[in-house]
Design a protein around this ligand. Structure first.
Ligand SMILES: [Zn+2]
Length: 305
């Protein structure tokens, strides 16, 4: 299997509304003290809009009356495209925080990477290849889910992928801009997740994804990626994205973000490492399962082998 057959994902998007929200908060709080006050308030992600407004009016006093530290915002870093001996694998396994490893099925290092991730204490996801609206079919990798398949074929593919990646506690999509917009196919993927006590993380390669809506309907948590770290392949860009992750986490209490091993995997890992160093005093880095438990009170009865 030629590694270059599986280049990085298509369609990534930064979350520009985060920057807008931060700016709005700063404006409401007043320019002179905005930087200090806003960052302090954002550091306590649990507080409501009312709290924020009151703090703006009463300033330091309101802050001092609070307990020493509210629950910190949580960040889950998912690294996609493990399973094919890709560049950056070693660097990702050497990161100083818990990450989530999304491992592609049926490839040369699928089982090895999943086992290693599990032994390192990382959460493992099946990184399930799914048909995109554009892009070459060979980018998908083996075992892909296509919209042309029958219900039974889709189910077989999902179950086979889950059986192929040891320790998986959920699925996220590799590519998949077409499948995540397809109610029939996505419904089957989620049904298999539900039957097995797993969750689905929408990588969000499609603005019109219906995965979250269908997940809610099936009683699953509507989990989705917020920020792709490495649309631009430099450590500097990844570090900038990590700062957006921090803002999103502090505004929304949590943030899910995705990077990749692959052609630029070492640069992505270097940028993530720098970001962790910058962010570690203000957010907690957690596995995706802990974040989901915390955010959606999700408590699947899953027994790992
Ligand atoms: Zn991928």
């Amino acid at each position: 299997m030629n590694k270059s057959q599986y280049p990085l994902l298509n369609c990534r998007k930064p979350l520009s509304y985060v920057a807008v929200a931060v700016l709005m908060t700063s404006l409401i709080l007043g320019a002179p003290s905005a930087t200090g006050a806003a960052s302090e308030i954002r550091a306590e992600g649990e507080r409501s809009g009312t709290d924020i407004a009151l703090s703006g009016i009463y300033g330091v006093q309101a802050t001092v009356d609070k307990p020493a530290r509210a629950a910190r915002s949580k960040v889950a870093i998912i690294i996609d495209d493990f399973g094919n001996g890709m560049r950056g694998t070693e660097e990702m396994f050497a990161l100083p925080v818990k990450i989530t490893a999304a491992v592609m099925p049926f490839l040369s290092t699928t089982k090895q990477d999943a086992k290693r991730a599990h032994e390192r204490g990382y959460d493992v996801l099946v990184h399930l290849p799914m048909e995109p609206r554009q892009g070459k079919p060979e980018w998908l990798g083996p075992g892909a889910v296509l919209t042309s398949m029958s219900d039974a074929e889709v189910r077989e593919r999902v179950e086979a992928a889950l059986d192929n990646v040891p320790y998986a506690i959920g699925i996220n999509n590799h590519m998949g801009s077409k499948v995540t917009g397809d109610e029939r196919v996505m419904g089957i993927v989620l049904a298999v997740c539900r039957e097995r006590g797993l969750f689905f993380v929408d990588s969000h390669t499609n603005y019109r994804s219906i995965a979250g809506k269908l997940a809610r309907e099936q009683g699953l948590p509507p989990v989705e990626n917020h920020i792709f770290l490495d649309d631009v392949h430099s450590a500097g860009h990844v570090l900038k994205q990590m700062r957006l992750v921090q803002e999103h986490a502090q505004d929304q209490r949590y943030c899910i973000t995705i990077g990749h091993v692959g052609i630029q995997g070492k640069e992505t890992a270097a940028g993530i490492r720098s970001g962790i160093e910058e962010l570690k005093d203000t957010v907690d880095f957690v596995g995706i399962a802990d974040l989901i438990k915390d955010q959606w009170k999700w408590n699947a009865r899953l027994t790992l082998p």
